[in-house]
Design a protein around this ligand. Structure first.
Ligand code: F1P
Length: 579
């Protein structure tokens, strides 16, 4: 996600902020920028990464500066949409992390009052709103504007003629760092830690005014005391939010990711091409392909829309006869096979829809319409939170197509994810860590969850793992079952419970160590399994999500027990831009 960093103190403000922005790099970004305040206000911003050399900040003189790393949500990544954003007079500069949910209304009103907008961002409205009330006192102006903003924000603002930085927070982290002769404000502690360990974490509604030698915090206009903490963490600890690996952090991000994906989609108009789709072909790779297989079940079962799912790498050379909407699903939006498959679909005059995490990525530029996952940057090579965000997008689509059929799940499924995160998987990990082969099995929509579980296990732990539709095991793989070959089986209530239970008994008869994910009070499964993992809300869609989380955690902890390089598994890349 975006990151903000501000500094007020000595004369090297712009270069300190530029270095701080590099520390925020781990959050992922597509553009960056700085505003510095000396005698006048100077801005430099650019699409792309911060270059090692060649980004000239010599013109950015002053002892106060604010900076931003942007991860596009409103408007494609380009120089204009990069922060800071200015008002009409060029005297007020703002950087922002979060989403101003009512920005479209505010922008229209501001335009009617004569304001000129340069960018497509939600953030720019803040600069123009401050412009309307600014009379030389920036904290007063920011306080006057905040009640109009709906949504989340960590804002830093500068104004020509006012030698202070004003920082404001609502539902988006903002930390103040207190140095000996300088003050800092940032989206997290990372860029501050090398300067000072004295920190104050702002609370929602707080507005902090940073003058060269003092900080004043107010809430609702009244001064408040916020406790100062002395942070002992290392820079590396902070980058991962205290988690040892990005993969674990991203797994734990998932309740919020699910809710945020749903919230963002509910604010959007559904592209007409999906409403009119009589028949759907879905192309994707890797984890996104597994998510697409779940989507097929949802589309066919709940919406009666015939859907076909193809690995994009196969589709490219063996395209099926195409008819109807073609959907490409990709976290990165850059996967070469998925991009080519969509190009082919376009060449055959099929309408195309992209479901993507990264705004402005190649796939979104190609497709006729795009829907975004809003999962934030995924750093771990093994995809986790993007899978859950993809499921959120699919559920939302089904919900809209079927007039609210999934409203309950959309509102409550994050709770199932939260419960799954609390499970103790130690016995299951003990069962897996010494294995050389593991099978993952499920039926119906849980079959792709089993595929994804096996993929997570092999890419992070390097243990050979296979996902199967449970009924297929006896058509060959049974030859491999032995006391050395654990099976992870998902056995949930419903039509296939009986047949799944029989499959599990057949495996048990081969001496296979059994890890069963089942309904909490399923006595039979508790007795037959070597390790029983109770699935929160096993019966519903929430069961799909909690099973997913358990699979991710099982892979993660097994890989960790084996000392693997979890975030960067050997031979793998996060974005596969070659065929
Ligand atoms: C597809 C994918 C990921 C996998 C790895 C390589 O990416 O296979 O699922 O975890 O990162 O690429 P995408 O098209 O969803 O970006």
């Amino acid at each position: 996600m975006c990151g903000v960093f501000g500094y007020i103190g000595g004369p090297r403000a712009a270069s300190i902020v530029l270095e701080g922005l590099r520390k925020l790099e781990y959050r992922g970004y597509d553009s960056f920028g700085i505003a510095a305040l000396g005698k006048t206000l100077h801005v430099a911003k650019r699409q792309g990464r911060i270059p090692e050399e060649g980004f000239d900040i010599r013109g950015l003189a002053g002892n106060a500066a604010i900076g931003h790393t942007r991860w596009a949500t409103h408007g494609v990544p380009n120089d204009t949409n990069a922060h800071p954003h200015l008002d009409c007079t060029g005297k007020i500069a703002v950087v922002h992390n979060g989403v101003i949910e009512n920005f479209a209304v505010l922008k229209r009103q501001l335009q009617e009052r004569g304001h000129r907008f340069l960018s497509d961002t939600d953030t720019e409205v803040i600069a123009h709103l401050i412009e309307e009330v600014y009379e030389g006192d920036l904290p007063a102006a920011v306080n006057a504007v905040l009640p109009a903003l709906e949504g989340s924000y960590a804002i830093l603002a500068l104004a020509k003629g006012d030698k202070r930085i004003v920082a404001a927070r609502n539902r988006s982290t903002l930390v103040i760092g207190i140095g000996d002769d300088a003050l800092f404000a940032a989206s997290d502690m990372t860029p501050i830690l090398e300067h000072t360990r004295r920190m104050v974490v702002l609370e929602d509604g707080d507005v902090a005014t940073l003058a060269p030698a003092s900080v004043c915090i107010t809430n609702g206009g009244a001064p408040v005391d916020r406790e100062e903490e002395i942070v002992q963490w290392s820079v590396e600890d902070v980058r991962k939010g205290g988690f040892r690996h990005f993969m674990l952090k991203e797994i734990f991000d998932q309740p919020a990711v699910f809710s945020e994906a749903v919230r963002a989609l509910r604010n959007e108009e559904l592209p007409g091409i999906i409403r009119d789709a009589g028949r759907v072909t879905i192309v994707a790779c890797g984890t996104s392909y597994h998510a697409a297989l779940v989507f097929r079940y949802l589309l066919e079962e709940k919406c009666r829309v015939p859907a076909r799912v193809e690995p994009a790498s196969e589709f490219r050379y063996y395209p099926p006869p195409l008819e109807g909407l073609v959907i490409g699903i990709s976290q990165s939006g850059e996967t070469a096979d998925t991009l080519t498959a969509l190009q082919m679909a376009k060449a055959r005059a099929c309408p195309t829809l992209a479901i993507v995490n990264v705004v402005g990525s190649s796939i979104t530029r190609l497709a006729d319409a795009s829907l975004f996952m809003n999962a934030g940057p995924e750093i771990s090579v093994a995809a986790t939170k993007s899978f859950v965000a993809e499921l959120a997008v699919f559920l939302h689509l089904v919900d809209v197509l079927k007039g609210g059929a999934c409203a309950y799940e959309l509102d409550s499924a994050h709770l199932a994810i939260e419960e799954a995160l609390l499970l103790d998987l130690t016995p299951a990990v003990a069962c897996c860590r010494d294995a050389t082969d593991i099978f993952f099995v499920g039926r119906g929509p849980f079959y792709p969850i089993a595929l994804e579980g096996a993929l997570k296990m092999k890419e992070t732990s390097y243990i050979h793992a296979e996902g199967y539709a449970a009924g297929e095991l006896k058509h060959g793989p049974f030859a491999l079952l032995s006391p050395e070959t654990p099976v992870v089986a998902i056995c949930v209530p419903g039509e296939t419970y009986g047949v799944m239970a029989s499959n599990i008994r057949e495996m048990k008869a081969r001496g296979t160590p059994l890890i069963v994910l089942g309904q909490k009070d399923d006595r039979d499964m508790q007795e037959i399994s070597d390790v029983f993992i109770p699935l929160p809300f096993a019966e519903s869609i929430a069961g799909l999500l909690s099973a997913t989380v358990i699979m991710q955690l099982l892979a993660y902890h097994t890989a960790d027990a084996l000392g693997r390089d979890i975030d960067r598994p050997r031979n793998l890349a996060k974005s596969v831009t070659v065929e």
